[in-house]
Design a binder for this molecule. Structure first.
Ligand SMILES: [Zn+2]
Length: 254
């Protein structure tokens, strides 16, 4: 690490448990961000600012004016442009040392296989169950951890999944919600600070996983009700016979 990097990252280098080794581990890491909206764009900004080595952005959506109250990486002049492309430009302006790759495509079975090829962890910036089920299955196949975030109206959730899924998986957690595409911010609404808080919990989990600066609550469902100012944390309901995480059905898993 050169002098300008030591100066740039000096405040986080001072944090016990992060220090030089944490910075170097962050610099060697590659993170895939699936979805560049309220969750993914903010997570990507913080990860780039912190000095993650490589960020891969995927989102087929274009910026709309209704995104601006919470997706603060974007400006009025960006409306109509691809989120992934605009965000990649912002991140490059923020930290030119980060290798940012953008893919303005849908995350699906085909693109997902390529996008997951050379990453260490995945951040969920999507807004629907179908996308999260796909992330869950594709990352489980590759033994990759992923960090789920969800927010609607005044409530949010986070779960950090290990690569092994020994604590359970998203398929265990949300099988009853498969196909429930109507419960989104587009139909129910969202406040910006709610989704931002959930995104920053994802970032803290990623930093903890990549550097050991913090304990990651793997497999714990964390729920926040920002209207009542309450939080809850409970273990995932790991399901025997789950097609994704049951080790008896998936001999490759431990
Ligand atoms: Zn499962």
């Amino acid at each position: 690490m050169n002098d300008s990097e030591l100066e740039r990252y000096s405040r986080q280098l001072l944090v016990p448990g992060f220090e030089l080794e944490g910075q170097e581990r962050l610099g060697a890491a590659s993170v895939l961000i699936v979805g560049c909206g309220g969750l993914g764009a903010l997570a990507a900004q913080y990860l780039a600012a912190a000095g993650v080595g490589r960020l891969v952005l995927v989102d087929a959506d274009r910026i709309e004016s209704s995104n601006l109250p919470r997706q603060i990486a974007y400006t009025e002049a960006d409306v109509g442009r691809f989120k992934a492309e605009v965000l990649a430009q912002r991140l490059h302006q923020m930290n030119g040392a980060v290798d940012v790759q953008c893919h303005p495509v849908f995350f699906d079975e085909t693109s997902g296989a390529d996008l997951l090829a050379a990453v260490d962890v995945v951040v969920d910036g999507t807004d629907n169950h179908a996308a999260r089920l796909l992330i869950d299955r594709l990352t489980a196949d590759r033994g990759l951890p992923w960090f789920m975030g969800a927010a609607v109206q005044m409530a949010g959730q986070n779960i950090a999944f290990t690569g092994s899924r020994k604590e359970g998986c998203y398929h265990c957690f949300a099988p009853q919600q498969v196909g429930s595409e109507t419960a989104s911010c587009g139909t129910l609404g969202i406040l910006g600070p709610v989704v931002a808080t959930v995104a920053l919990r994802q970032v803290l989990d990623v930093l903890g996983a990549l550097t050991d600066v913090a304990k990651v609550p793997w497999g714990m469902l964390r729920q926040y009700d920002f209207r009542a100012d309450t939080t809850a944390s409970l273990p995932l309901p790991k399901q025997a016979g789950c097609v994704v995480c049951d080790a008896d059905l998936k001999p490759g898993l431990q």
